[in-house]
Design a protein around this ligand. Sequence first.
Ligand code: GDP
Ligand code: ZN
Length: 354
Amino acid sequence: MAKNIKLSHKQARNVKARHSKLLDQNEDDKSINESSLGPIIEGTVVSRYGKQVDIEENSTREIVRCYIRRTIDSITTGDAVLFRKDIQHGDNQNGLVETVRPRISLLSRPDYYDGLKPIVANVTKILVVSAKEPEFSTNILDRYLIACEQAKLKPIIIINKCDLFIDEELQDLNRILSTYQKLGYQTLLVSSKNGTGVDDLKNLVKNETTVLVGQSGVGKTSLLNVLVPNASASTNSISETSGLGQHTTTNTKLYHLPESGIIIDSPGVREFALWHLTDEEVTKSYREFAPYLGCCKFRDCKHKTDPGCALVEAVKNGEIADFRFQNYQRIIESMQINKPGAYVVPGKKYGKLS
Ligand code: GDP
Ligand code: ZN
């Protein structure tokens, strides 16, 4: 996703200035006496606190607050690292991160001051959560799916609170979901309340590094609690158990699933959506458009009222779902309105469409 985001000249200038400032400040690896460092150990970044990170030692799950070697230019929750503990100071549990391993994936967001800000690394699956309440909206769902397509991460469409649907509504919902299934998206109806679909959900997250995204109120926290018993109790979230105090700058948390796998809960990612995408990237994210792209009469077709538009024709012929095409147009329009905003947060202001 990162490569797709474009910054204005002003933003780029800001970024450069801030980076060089940070480099100047980043003398922290000098805070540790090299001779007191132990052997290289494998770990995972649990949380970032300004110029330090909490690292979980992979073999023991012990948390060590570490400084960051200044040669490292990017480190974030989920990163796999090699680090060394300060062994001379015993229980004082400090260390130094030596290397960040190459990432499988990276979710980042544009930040006005910092340019592209990495949020979570090495995620393998995104659960896109919708629900009966707040009202299910395919428009909002599509926004998340576009973001997942651009991040090249596999989204799973989760519909929570299925205990609240009446039969008629379920039929409508299943009709809509079948459109997504035909496009290759996996869907799952769950209820964190009555347990429907929970076993399937557990299977979906097994051995994966997952994030839950979706509007506020759809039940992400409730599902997290189902997957990680007592997750809400702060004692169970790794970020809070380091006992090192000063948890100031991030609420991102990393949870181990009872069997195997990780769930990362990050406020920054929960509502991630169309972060600085171009119209073309949005168009390419609609999987069903692919066979028709390049077939419009005009090369610069806006796929709206232009004559000879292959997409409009495909919608007329029932080859592309009408509601998906309408969502597409509304998303493109809203992006025009919102530019050059930092990113588009899905929410009420886009209304509903189902
Ligand atoms: P979040 O904002 O996405 O983290 O949503 P929460 O997990 O805080 O849930 C929002 C509200 O929905 C709470 O009042 C939950 O009790 C309720 N809720 C969550 N899951 C379900 C469910 O499966 N069925 C019903 N009926 N309510 C649910
Ligand atoms: Zn067209």
